[in-house]
Write a protein that binds this ligand. Structure first.
Ligand code: SAH
Length: 246
């Protein structure tokens, strides 16, 4: 009898220790989930869509690992933030597919002290990725509501090296030109010469060209002239002129 009692006490102690361990460990993991509930999805995106498809630039990986893409999509779509596709962000615009963001960023061959211009701020996601890699980012968005919300989002997330402007991207941003790189995330029908002018010598522009059928181009300003290289077929929203944006 005494033995049994001892035995069952030991059993209770074992249970007690087990539940204590559970109580200590569960809140810790819940806390981790609260700050980064999509960490697993983001890792999977990096492995499958980014590394798995041949992106090699380690700075692009770490930027895409660090920036929480789910904070750049509408709340109702957060579960899909790391899916292999573009997503709507309102005003008939989209945040680009993660692979395309990585591809364009890598193609621009960025250096830390580069000054980069983005055309088409949208959600601000591409601007945040750029801001993780280079010192200075300028980004222009033609739709006022998107420019305002992206500016607030980037500020709230602590990106003090991004300047957002609402305006016509075809005009570039003369006061801050020349740029080491320009990333255009809406498709003009042909190469925007005004933007080529704002590239520094040795500068690179990554831009989708076309209307229904589009190709991504890498344009480089070299001492011997403008070099154009066709990279891959893509599908972006059109880069509009202000009068069309009604
Ligand atoms: N880079 C964005 C996605 C861009 S979607 C992101 O990471 O979320 C393309 C954006 O280009 C749209 O928001 C659209 O309003 C904007 N756009 C279209 N024409 C433009 C122009 N002429 N100047 C500036 N922005 C333009």
């Amino acid at each position: 009898m005494a033995d049994n009692l001892f035995y069952s006490r030991r059993k209770y102690i074992k249970y007690f220790v087990f539940f204590l361990a559970l109580a200590v460990s569960v809140p810790a993991s819940v806390r981790a989930d609260e700050t980064d509930p999509y960490a697993k999805e983001r890792k999977a995106m990096l492995e499958e869509q980014i590394k798995g498809r041949g992106i090699k630039d380690a700075r692009v990986f770490s930027a895409m690992d660090k920036v929480k893409r789910h904070l750049f999509v509408p709340e109702g779509l957060r579960r899909l933030a790391y899916a292999d596709s573009p997503l709507p962000i309102g005003f008939e615009q989209t945040i680009s597919q993660p692979y395309i963001v990585a591809y364009m960023t890598e193609a621009a061959r960025l250096k830390k002290d580069d000054r980069v211009l983005e055309i088409g701020t949208g959600s601000g996601y591409q601007a945040a990725i750029l801001a993780e890699i280079v010192d200075e980012v300028y980004t222009i968005e033609i739709i006022k509501e998107l420019a305002d919300s992206a500016e607030k989002r980037l500020k709230d997330l602590g990106y003090s090296n991004v300047c957002v402007k609402c305006g016509d991207g075809y005009l570039g941003w003369e006061e801050h030109a020349p740029f080491d790189a320009i990333i255009v995330t809406a498709a003009p029908p042909e190469i925007p010469e005004g933007l080529v002018k704002q590239l520094d010598m040795g500068g690179r522009m990554v831009v989708p060209i076309g209307s229904f059928f589009q190709e991504l181009y890498l344009i480089e300003k070299t001492a011997s002239g403008i070099k154009k290289e066709r990279l891959l077929p893509v599908r972006f929203v059109p880069m509009v002129h202000p009068e069309e944006d009604e």
